[in-house]
Design a binder for this molecule. Structure first.
Ligand code: C2E
Ligand code: CA
Ligand code: CA
Length: 640
């Protein structure tokens, strides 16, 4: 409490075994009306004339008295406890039969360290040094030799009370300062452990809490906890189509739903909390639940709460989440492991159709391990040059001429023989190794085309088609890398096609389209791959800067047996023409199919009928002859 200087009446205690001293001090300090000694004192202090009373000089006093040290000490103690402490204590040195002054002061200081103290001693008492020896030197202590002068007492009282106030003010300020520092520190700590947008805990807090939970589990095997890893399905689409502000509002709403449905759940401890681990990923650390199925029950409740439509800016949004759960049953040793397993289970939930939860089990662990082995093996294979490209011809349906090749990845596996892209690419994508591998494919295919162009005049107008994967498209360095590779190889504009599928761009179509434009600016064509597989929509045809589209072989298969498919294909073809897109039919395996496509006016085709993907040497033979064998046969057939 800050002492108020104006209203403050200072409490002074005189401890002296002579009652007349008590009275003297009271008189001097103006407590019991003016006496001649007081008037003298005032005159001495402030000069004659309009003499101010002590009250006007700033301080007013209330003087109490005790005859013995112990009694005085008790009064100090009581005053302190009442919250009305003494400002000043005057203590006589000798007070037989009880405590002497030194003893009394020692007690008083132990109880009230702020009180200013004057010890009154006669010349025959202790020496100054002796007193200091016993009490230690302190700025709270003054020694006043007896007999004392009235002026001295008045001066002392004023000065020491002023000092007492300053001291207290400083202490209050220090207190405030300390509180401010504490508050700021708490704020900083909070910021370090919490997500700014939603106010939920962040990764750092999660790591702390998880480490504590793991430790607790080690000591108390009955204690259970679980990590629920949540990822929202197609959140990015909402973010991109409605803007980040709506995305942010959505995240805040999600957070409050998580918090309130956890609060309303009685199967778990109150310390259960949701954490935002980044983007649209959340983790709930279920703390101290009773029995194993509780984790699943809580998970389902959360998913239900989260799937209720969101009303934002007068728009109704539907959103679902996929969740993976890992529980303490597996006795994890560190936080990263349990998060990794929950994450793995979450991906499984997505793969099983999203909007659901999946509990992690040991089999997934094995799959993860296998994938990890595969990843390592792939890295090694890159290093040992075990990857190679096969080239499948693309032909003009009307003339049968080879117009280009599609580069397809193969792995010359020491034990498993040649592995196809279908076996490799999904793992390469999942593990991220597709990034270096994809670059290698680009470089290798470009180098090959260059070599052919130098060696064979027929290769002059050949176009090389290369597949791009989703992960590659998300890499912000991709276009620069492509540019470096193409210009390094010295390939002319228009000699490269990059094949993309619509699914590769679903996550961030706006960014993807920007990337496509930049690729196009490099003089590289873009073809939409796998058209008709269900991944593709017609809107791609005019949204993307495409030069061509490849009709998937599944679609082609249906075309021959199903009239509706044939009608749709016809419509697609006329639309593609309208957009000036080249059409390439994939997976042509029979003469019948080739004929059918020709009749529909499809320009190009690719498939086992015209040539399987082959090694560079066999591809060279095709280049030299200029024609796929099937086409040759057909032409020969036509001629005879
Ligand atoms: P895709 O781009 O649709 O390539 C065509 C796939 O169909 C190839 O399989 C090819 O061998 C196969 N194929 C070609 N003609 C026929 C046919 O007449 N009948 C049948 N049944 N199949 C035929 P592959 O080489 O296993 O490649 C599978 C997929 O892997 C490719 O599908 C492509 O999406 C991806 N891929 C291949 N190489 C690469 C690459 O270097 N990078 C990336 N990112 N993906 C690649
Ligand atoms: Ca392709
Ligand atoms: Ca394809």
């Amino acid at each position: 409490m800050t002492p108020d200087r104006r209203s403050c009446i200072h409490r002074i205690l005189v401890i002296d075994d002579h009652a007349d001293i008590h009275e003297d001090v009271k008189k001097i300090l103006g407590v019991t009306g003016c006496t001649s000694s007081l008037t003298n004192a005032k005159a001495a202090l402030f000069g004659d004339g309009d003499t101010p009373t002590p009250r006007q000089s700033g301080h007013r006093f209330q003087v109490d008295a005790a005859l013995q040290g112990e009694e005085g000490f008790k009064m100090v103690e009581a005053a302190k406890n009442e919250g009305r402490p003494y400002s000043l204590v005057l203590v006589d040195m000798r007070m037989p039969p009880g405590w002497d002054g030194v003893e009394t002061i020692r007690h008083i200081w132990a109880c009230d360290p702020d009180v200013q103290t004057v010890i009154c001693t006669a010349y025959s008492d202790y020496s100054l040094d002796q007193i200091l020896d016993q009490l230690g030197s302190s700025d709270r202590l003054l020694i006043l030799k007896k007999p004392f002068d009235t002026v001295e007492i008045l001066q002392l009282a004023n000065a020491l009370c002023e000092k007492w106030i300053l001291h207290r003010e400083a202490a209050v300020k220090m207190d405030q300062l300390e509180r401010m520092v504490q508050e700021r520190t708490a704020q900083i700590e909070h910021a370090m452990l919490h997500d700014k947008l939603t106010g939920l805990g962040n990764r750092t807090l999660l790591a702390e809490r998880l480490a504590a939970a793991i430790e607790r589990r080690r000591r108390h095997p009955d204690y259970r906890f679980a990590v629920l890893f949540l990822d929202f399905d197609r959140f990015k689409l909402i973010n991109d189509s409605l803007g980040h502000e709506v995305g942010d509002l959505l995240l805040i709403e999600i957070s409050s739903r998580l918090t309130s449905s956890l609060r309303a759940t009685d199967m778990i401890s109150h310390s259960t909390m949701p954490i935002r681990v980044g983007g649209d990923e959340f983790i709930v650390l279920l703390d101290d639940y009773r029995e194993e199925p509780d984790a699943a029950r809580v998970a389902q409740r959360l998913l239900d709460a989260l799937s209720v439509p969101y009303l934002l800016n007068a728009q109704k949004l539907h959103l679902t989440a996929s969740m993976g759960i890992a529980t303490s049953e597996r006795d994890y040793q560190n936080p990263a492991d349990i998060i990794r397993d929950a994450d793995t289970a979450m991906y499984r939930a997505k793969a099983r159709g999203r909007a659901r939860f999946v509990m992690f089990d040991a089999n997934m662990h094995e799959e993860v391990a296998t994938r990890l082995d595969m990843e390592n093996a792939m890295r090694k294979a890159m290093h040992d040059s075990e990857f190679l490209l096969h080239y499948q011809p693309i032909v003009r349906l009307d003339t049968g001429r080879v117009t280009g090749f599609e580069a397809l990845l193969r792995w010359n596996h020491a034990e498993r023989g040649t592995l196809s892209a279908a076996e490799l690419i999904p793992i390469a994508e999942e593990t991220g190794i597709i990034l270096p591998l994809g670059l290698w494919v680009l470089r290798e295919a470009c180098t090959q085309l260059c070599a052919w162009r130098k060696q064979y005049p027929e290769a002059d107008r050949l176009v090389m088609s290369i597949n791009l994967s989703r992960r590659q498209l998300l890499d912000p360095e991709l276009v620069n890398q492509i540019h470096a590779i193409v210009s390094g190889a010295g390939l002319p504009r228009g000699s490269l096609v990059l094949e993309i599928t619509e699914s590769t761009v679903l996550e961030d179509p706006i960014e993807a389209i920007k990337t496509f434009e930049r690729i196009k600016d490099l003089g590289i064509w873009l073809h939409l791959d796998d058209f008709g597989t269900g991944h593709s929509s017609i809107s791609c045809l005019y949204q993307f800067p495409l030069a061509g589209m490849k009709i998937d072989r599944a679609f082609l298969r249906n075309v021959l047996t199903s009239k509706p498919h044939a009608v749709v294909l016809e419509a697609i073809i006329s639309m593609a023409r309208a957009f000036d897109l080249q059409i390439i039919a994939e997976g042509v395996e029979t003469e019948e199919q080739a004929d059918f496509l020709r009749r529909l006016g499809v320009g190009h085709a690719q498939g086992f009928y015209f040539g399987r993907p082959t090694d560079p040497a066999s591809a060279e033979k095709l280049i030299q002859s200029g024609m796929a064998p099937a086409a040759k046969r057909e032409l020969a057939g036509v001629a005879t």
